[in-house]
Unconditional design. Structure first.
Length: 160
């Protein structure tokens, strides 16, 4: 399962080419992510340390599973070899979990690690959920549709 996650994360993060990043030989995954029912938004970034990152917000576990079970994602899973029959996606997440942020990150290197087909030094897929609280002025990093209890808006009122 780890190898599949690594390949999927690599393809997700590398799809930044669809967002005006350097061209890489991977498919556009940002558009299919955005088109997944229950996907609340997608952002891409390149960090100061060189990681390419995709942030994808899902309204809940069902929405994240829609992406997981989508044709595009399953094609990526198959590229990594036969599926692991014992793997249950998102098994540790409650069905009524609320919003989920999936972060896929990848750092390119000059050559692939021994026995690995991609020239990367780091790949990860991580899942997070919002905590109550926070503040914003004029907008948020997360889409407005991501509901966060206790989030305070200090934005000035619109001009009349």
């Amino acid at each position: 399962m780890i190898a599949k996650s690594i390949v999927i994360a690599a393809l997700l993060a590398a799809s930044l080419s669809a967002q005006n990043q350097p061209q890489l030989p991977f498919p556009d995954l940002v558009s299919p992510l955005k088109a997944t029912p229950g996907c609340l938004g997608v952002e891409t970034a390149r960090t100061a340390s060189g990681k390419m990152v995709i942030f994808a917000w899902f309204e809940d576990k069902k929405a994240a599973l829609r992406w997981y079970n989508s044709e595009m994602h399953q094609q990526l899973v198959k590229m990594a070899g036969p599926p692991d029959p014992s793997h249950v996606p998102l098994a540790g997440i409650a069905d009524d979990s609320g919003p989920i942020l999936a972060i896929a990150s990848l750092t390119l290197s000059n050559q692939p690690p021994k026995g690995f087909p991609l020239p990367v030094s780091q790949i990860a897929i991580e899942l997070y959920q919002p905590l109550p609280g926070g503040v914003f002025v004029g907008g948020r990093f997360a889409p407005n549709s991501v509901k966060v209890p206790g989030m305070r808006d200090f934005s000035p009122p619109p001009a009349k």
